[in-house]
Design a protein around this ligand. Structure first.
Ligand code: DAH
Length: 335
């Protein structure tokens, strides 16, 4: 009896070690541990044994059953988790799983493109702090504390003298403070204003440009920005310089391009004007030079600043600025 039982156990162990998959494992379970399985039947027979044999064999049969059940559970776990050294679980002929490949965000792409265009024209890329002193954000740009121009930009104040920069223009002042002309820089970065709707987000991106040297004229400004627009939007893009006001430039101009949606006929996107504003610019106001110790009689220069989201929306035909910050993969995968 005892030998029979041990033989049965040995056979069962050999079999379970050769099991390759879950269906084989189930066959094993039915064969040995199922209701009519060999171990189960054996245990049913224990009752018919001689009384002196019964406890010994019964105990042994229980041990065998526990042992096989444990092995069954372990094999099941390994098969389900796919771990273990069962070589046949690894199918070398299956195609590999391609890792998801990310790419740059459309805003980053546009910033890079703008910086590349100006780099080719000799501008150097610089950065400035996002948390800025009131002095650089406003004061030194010829926007005194009580000036109504401050109302144009609804500002996040950190304290009386510290703000989240509302534009990248303060970088102009920081550059001029530390370098003598000639300077030509391009400065991308995040800016912050208390604003939120389909065309405004509380954080957005700008790129600032500044060039100061001897004999810089408005013609240089026009030539530089025209070349930029043609490289960014295509060589046949029409643009216009529209007189405007900024406290830190004089004269000032805003640059419009012919509406990319309606081609100038007038539509909702261009508020039926046929034109789309893409940037502010002008000749650096001599007042600003006073803050940085540049001699306005010797030097002149131009500056410009553009909103990157706006450029990206026009370039790609996007009508909702919030899309840039929603992390919607369906949107982002298109770039
Ligand atoms: N800083 C301005 C704004 O955020 C844009 C701007 C206008 C920048 C004229 C300039 C400039 O450098 O010359 O609205």
């Amino acid at each position: 009896m005892k030998d029979q039982l041990l033989e049965l156990e040995e056979r069962a162990i050999e079999e379970i070690e050769a099991v390759h998959d879950l269906s084989e494992l189930e066959k094993f379970r039915i064969k040995y541990l199922g209701k009519k399985g060999q171990v189960t039947s054996f245990m049913k027979n224990v009752g018919g044994l001689a009384p002196e044999e019964r406890p010994k064999i019964g105990k042994l049969a229980n041990l065998v059953k526990t042992n096989l059940s444990q092995r069954f559970q372990e094999a099941k776990k390994t098969l389900i988790s796919g771990k273990g050294d069962r070589a046949e679980l690894f199918d070398a002929t299956l195609p590999g799983r391609e890792p998801l490949r990310g790419h740059l965000h459309p805003i980053t792409l546009v910033i890079k493109e703008v910086c590349q265009i100006f780099s080719r024209m000799g501008f150097r890329v610089v950065k400035g702090p996002n948390v800025e002193l009131d002095y650089y954000n406003f004061e030194a740009l010829n926007i005194p504390k009580d000036h109504p121009a401050r109302d144009m930009q609804d500002t996040f104040y950190i304290s009386d003298n510290v703000v989240l920069r509302t534009h990248t223009s303060p970088i102009q002042v920081r550059v001029m403070e530390t370098r003598k002309p000639p300077v030509s820089v391009i400065a991308p970065g995040k800016v912050y204003r208390r604003d939120s709707d389909v065309s405004h987000t509380p954080m957005f991106h700008q790129v600032e440009g500044l060039l100061v040297d001897r004999d810089v004229s408005f013609g240089d400004l026009k030539g530089t920005l025209t070349s930029f627009v043609h490289q960014m939007f295509g060589g046949d893009t029409r643009l216009r310089f529209r007189p405007s006001f900024f406290p830190f430039t004089e004269p000032s101009a805003e640059v419009d391009i012919l509406c990319v949606i309606c081609g100038g006929k007038g539509c909702r996107t261009c508020a039926h004007t046929g034109w789309l504003e893409i940037l502010g610019s002008g000749m650096v106001d001599p007042e600003v030079y006073r803050f940085v110790d540049y001699d306005a009689d010797i030097y002149s220069g131009f500056a410009f600043g553009m909103g990157i989201e706006r450029i990206a929306m026009l370039k790609y035909g996007i009508d909702d600025i919030q899309l840039f910050f929603k992390n919607d993969m369906q949107f982002l995968r298109q770039f």
